[in-house]
Design a protein around this ligand. Structure first.
Ligand SMILES: *Cc1c(COP(=O)(O)O)cnc(C)c1O
Length: 389
C-alpha cells in the first residue's frame, strides 16, 4: 500500500522533534550534529533566537496579504539585497526551483522585448542541478530525473562544466543566456575556477547573452562570501537564491540588473505566496545576522579549519576517501567506498551529512559552528573511516 506521504524520498527512519544551533534531537532520544542543515537551508542553525523572535513577532501582526498590496518587509529585503549585490531588483518566490524558473523567464523576456523572441535557449552544464520543476529539470538535463515525465521542456543546451570552448561552441543565434552554479552542490562539489567564471562573463558580453548564476545552494554565506561568485570578482545579470536565505523558512529570490529585468513589467510574473510577510521577516533577520561585522570572515576561518582537518582525514584514510572537494562550508569527500554507506555510518555515529553525485559525501554545517563542532565531526568521521580498515 502506498504510504500516505508519497514515497518520492528514500527516507531514513530518523525523526527529529527539536533543534538547537548545530544539533538536532531525535525521537529516539539521541542528539545529532547536523552537518546537513536541511541541505544548506538552516544557515544559522536550528531555533536561532533572533530568527525565532523575528518570526513570532511577525506572526502576531500579519501573515499574508498578497502581492496586490505593498509589503514592507519585501521592500526592505529587496533594497538590502540590491545594496549588497550586483542586482537592481528582486522578485520573491518560495523555493530554489521557482527562483530558477523566474531567472529563466527574466532572461527570455529580456530578448523578447528587444525584438528577439528567437533568442530563448539557455546553455547549462552537465552535472548541474536546478530544481525539480519541468523547466528546471530540462535546464539541468539529467536523464535520470527527466525520464518518464514526457518530452523535456525545450530550449536548453548542455555542455561540460568548466569547459569554455564547449560553451563558446554552443552559442547560437537562438541563445539567450548561460546558467551556471559557482559550485555544483548536488552534482558532486565541483568548483568553477575563477578564470572560468570570468571567461563566462566575457563570453556573455561578447554575444549579448545574460549570465545566470544559480546560487540557490552556494549563496548566503555558504562559501564564506555572501555570494560565491564574489570570489571571482565578476557579476551575473541574474541570480537565483533560496535555501540559506530563509534560515529554514521557505523562500526564493530572483535578483537581476535593471537591464536584464527590463521586460518584467506588471503581469509578466507572479506568485501567491512569494514575498509573504512571514518569509520576509525571517529573511531580513538572516541577512542582518550574516552582514554583521565579522560574521562572514568567521565563516571563512572555520571553513578553512574544517577543510584542513578533512584534507588530513583524506590522507589518513585513502581507501575510504579519494579527495576533498567543494568550497567554504559546502565541502566534502569524494569517496572510494560507496558514499551512501558513509552517510549512513556517519549518521549511526551521530553526524548528519548529505550524499551528492560522483560518489561524494557533502558536509554543509550551519554557518555558526565553531572549532568544537569541527572537532566533534572530525572525531566521528575518523571513527567511521577507521571501521573500513
Ligand atoms: C536545491 C537547489 C535547487 C532547487 O531548490 P528547491 O528549493 O528544492 O526547489 C536549485 N538549484 C540549486 C543549485 C540547488 O542546490
Amino acid at each position: 500500500m502506498i504510504p500516505a506521504v508519497m514515497p518520492t524520498y528514500a527516507r531514513s527512519e530518523l525523526m527529529f522533534d527539536r533543534g538547537e544551533g548545530p544539533y538536532l534531537y531525535a525521537t529516539n532520544g539521541r542528539r545529532y550534529l547536523d552537518f546537513s542543515s536541511g541541505v544548506a537551508v538552516t544557515s544559522l542553525g536550528h531555533a536561532h533566537p533572533r530568527l525565532v523572535a523575528a518570526l513570532t513577532e511577525q506572526a502576531q501582526k500579519l501573515w499574508h496579504c498578497s502581492n496586490l498590496y505593498q509589503i514592507a518587509g519585501q521592500k526592505r529585503l529587496a533594497e538590502r539585497l540590491v545594496a549588497l549585490s550586483f542586482a537592481d531588483t528582486a522578485f520573491f518566490c518560495n523555493s530554489g526551483a521557482e527562483a530558477m524558473e523566474g531567472a529563466i523567464k527574466v532572461a527570455r523576456k529580456y530578448h523578447a522585448v528587444a525584438g528577439h523572441e528567437e533568442r530563448y535557449r539557455l546553455i547549462a552544464c552537465t552535472g548541474s542541478f536546478h530544481g525539480r520543476t519541468l523547466a528546471t529539470l530540462a535546464a539541468a538535463g539529467a536523464e535520470k530525473y527527466l525520464k518518464g515525465f514526457g518530452p523535456p521542456a525545450p530550449g536548453f543546451d548542455h555542455v561540460a562544466y568548466g569547459n569554455l570552448n564547449e560553451m563558446r561552441a554552443k552559442v547560437s543565434k537562438e541563445t539567450a543566456g548561460i546558467i551556471v552554479e559557482p559550485v555544483q552542490g548536488e552534482g558532486g562539489l565541483a568548483v568553477a575556477s575563477i578564470d572560468y567564471l570570468k571567461d563566462l562573463r566575457t563570453l556573455c558580453d561578447e554575444f549579448g547573452l545574460l549570465l545566470i548564476f544559480d546560487e540557490v545552494q552556494t549563496g548566503m554565506g555558504r562559501t564564506g562570501k555572501l555570494f560565491a561568485h564574489e570570489w571571482a570578482g565578476v557579476t551575473p545579470d541574474i541570480m537565483a537564491l533560496a535555501k540559506g536565505l530563509g534560515g529554514g523558512f521557505p523562500i526564493g529570490a530572483v535578483l537581476a540588473t535593471e537591464t536584464a529585468a527590463k521586460g518584467m513589467t506588471a503581469g509578466t510574473h507572479g506568485s501567491t505566496f512569494g514575498g509573504n510577510p512571514l518569509a520576509m521577516a525571517v529573511a531580513n533577520e538572516v541577512l542582518t545576522v550574516m552582514t554583521e561585522p565579522g560574521f562572514l570572515p568567521r565563516v571563512e576561518r572555520i571553513a578553512h579549519a574544517l577543510r584542513s582537518r578533512l584534507e588530513a582525514l583524506a590522507k589518513a584514510y585513502p581507501k575510504v576517501f579519494a579527495e576533498v572537494r567543494g568550497k567554504g562550508l559546502l565541502v566534502g569527500f569524494k569517496c572510494v567506498v560507496p558514499n551512501l554507506e558513509v552517510v549512513e555510518k556517519l549518521r549511526g555515529a551521530g553526524l548528519l551529512t548529505v550524499a551528492a553525485g560522483e560518489n561524494v559525501v557533502r558536509l554543509l554545517p550551519p554557518l555558526i559552528i565553531d572549532e568544537s563542532h569541527v572537532e566533534e565531526a572530525v572525531g566521528m568521521i575518523k571513527a567511521v573511516a577507521g571501521s573500513w580498515s
